[in-house]
Write a protein that binds this ligand. Structure first.
Ligand SMILES: Cc1cc2nc3c(=O)[nH]c(=O)nc-3n(C[C@H](O)[C@H](O)[C@H](O)COP(=O)(O)OP(=O)(O)OC[C@H]3O[C@@H](n4cnc5c(N)ncnc54)[C@H](O)[C@@H]3O)c2cc1C
Length: 481
């Protein structure tokens, strides 16, 4: 068999994409232009929904072993606590947000990808892509100086915010640069008044400062530095970081040696279409936004989970390529929501007028104390409430809840949906169907309380539901593919 899919870029999204495709027995190549892996921590939060989906490839336990479990997020202003949000009640086997440096996440994903037979080709750069309706021609530069054009059935661009593929396709990356500089530092520290399982956010009149635990006494600190100055944001020195900590709180914290200091500005941008013919965009190549909420890497990895099963079915000739048409609308809607939510959170944290700051703190305290608001916020942060309510893949439904497009939580004691080396739908029903279908797993699950028959997509979202015995509806749904 030829290599049918080229994955460009071996960041967390490209690694997830290659791992999922290889797990589904799709011949795949993974190329990365860097000659060695970046050693910096960058994205540090892995949310429960991502852990659920990575579990199917067997990567979650190793990630959880390596990381730090955070079960509480706090918002404080000086000594006053504005909100305390707990993840322990989340309806997922993973009731925490995992903190792990991105370089470690990438190393673990790479090991798992290699174990499924994908080699990460370092120092190999995609220069150019062109396509017709049969194949994509990719011009690739190798470390020994060779530059050659090779043919693939599909290309997935996971080549980051400055995507070569996106530029090549002439896609515009619409959005804005937010006029504010941020400092970022990983420090060993002492004197934290919060526990090692707490993500602590301090509002202050000069701007917010946030502490993310990374290891015993080691934290990622992010602080706003005020309106942008110059062409590039200037990273604060270790002494300037200590001043930020002492001023904004908690003053008891004493910073030790920095592990990494950097600075950034926030871009909020998204492509209109995540697909152009046989080429797909995923991760930062398709959307970038504020790191507030820590959703960037997770959203990108979930682009990969969404695309992998569809591409695997199309590449293996098990479903019509029209299935792939759902990828961009489904993931564009999620990306747009993440950009809007992260942008709002950032603007709220950056309010500089003292009167408005008091109002914000008061209102946030009231609203975030309401259980339904907390529940909705936890669903959004952990990404378990992310779904595809308007997807063209949604079939009919028998009951008002859950509706097609809703995530189906792994049932206690049962493994996740979409296991195995072929992406199959799962039937939840109390009697076997009167037919076998190549897209349906032979392993059934009991009917859920709300539905007599539920059909669940390989990525764990409800496809359709029907009244008991209405197998014709199920069959008609599957025959669309
Ligand atoms: C300082 C910082 C802190 C962050 N914090 C968070 C956080 O807390 N939570 C969060 O969710 N996100 C965070 N992010 C964002 C997160 O790092 C990105 O969303 C994530 O890395 C995106 O993954 P990706 O695989 O799409 O792209 P990238 O990680 O950028 O990977 C793209 C890869 O493609 C390679 N590449 C590019 N062009 C080519 C080419 N032509 N040929 C071959 N290879 C190519 C690049 O070398 C790179 O390795 C942070 C980012 C930064 C910089």
């Amino acid at each position: 068999m030829t290599d049918s899919v080229l994955v460009v870029g071996a960041g967390p999204v490209g690694l997830t994409m290659a791992l999922e495709l290889a797990r589904y027995k799709v011949p795949v190549r993974l190329i990365e232009k860097a000659t060695e892996r970046a050693g910096t921590s960058r994205a540090i939060a892995i949310w429960p929904r991502t852990l659920e989906l990575l579990d199917r490839a067997g990567a979650t336990s190793e990630l959880v072993e390596a990381g730090v479990r955070v079960t509480t997020a706090e918002i404080n202003a000086g000594e006053k606590q504005i909100a305390r949000i707990q993840f322990e009640g989340v309806e997922s086997p993973h009731k925490f947000v995992l903190m792990l440096a991105q370089n470690e996440t990438e190393a673990i994903l790479q090991r798992h990808a290699e174990a499924t037979g994908v080699r990460c080709e370092l120092g190999v750069e995609l220069r150019r892509v062109t396509q017709d309706d049969k194949a994509v021609a990719a011009t690739i530069a190798y470390p020994d100086g060779r530059v050659q054009t090779e043919s693939f059935d599909w290309v997935v661009a996971c080549d980051g915010a400055h995507s070569t593929v996106r530029h090549n396709l002439g896609m515009s990356f619409d959005g804005d640069l937010i006029d504010n500089d941020w400092g970022l530092g990983d420090f060993y520290l002492t004197g934290a008044p919060f526990g090692p399982d707490v993500l602590a956010n301090y509002f202050h009149k000069d701007g917010p400062i946030i502490y993310f635990p990374l290891a015993p006494n080691r934290y990622r600190i992010i602080a706003s530095l005020g309106p942008s100055k110059g062409d590039r944001p200037v990273p604060p020195t270790a002494e300037e970081f200590q001043t930020l900590v002492t001023t904004r709180g908690p003053a008891s914290i004493k910073l030790g040696e920095p592990v990494w200091i950097s600075a950034f500005r926030i871009n909020e941008r998204q492509v209109q279409n995540y697909r152009d013919g046989r080429i797909f965009l995923a991760g930062d190549a398709a959307h970038v936004h504020s790191p507030a909420g820590g959703q960037g890497m997770n959203t990108g990895m979930q682009d990969a989970f969404n695309l992998a099963w569809k591409l695997a079915l199309a590449a293996r000739g098990m479903a019509a390529p029209t299935l792939l048409e759902s990828y961009s609308p489904e993931r564009h809607a999620v990306g747009a929501e993440v950009i809007a939510a992260a942008g709002k959170l950032t603007k709220m944290a950056l309010i500089s007028n003292p009167v408005l700051q008091d109002i914000r703190n008061h209102v946030a305290h009231l609203i975030l104390g309401l259980p339904p608001v907390k529940h909705a916020l936890v669903g959004q942060m952990t990404e378990i409430s992310v779904g595809y309510p308007h997807s063209s893949l949604n079939g009919p439904y028998a009951n008002a809840s859950p509706k097609p497009g809703t995530r189906m939580p792994p049932i206690d004691g049962e493994t996740a949906y979409g296991l195995g080396d072929t992406p199959l739908f799962t039937l939840c029903a109390n009697e076997p169907p009167p037919f076998n279908h190549p897209l349906v797993s032979s392993a059934m699950r009991p009917a859920t309380a709300a539905n007599d028959i539920a059909l669940v997509r390989p990525d764990g979202y409800l496809a359709m539901s029907a009244r008991s015995g209405d197998w014709d509806s199920v069959r008609a749904y599957l025959d669309r593919f």
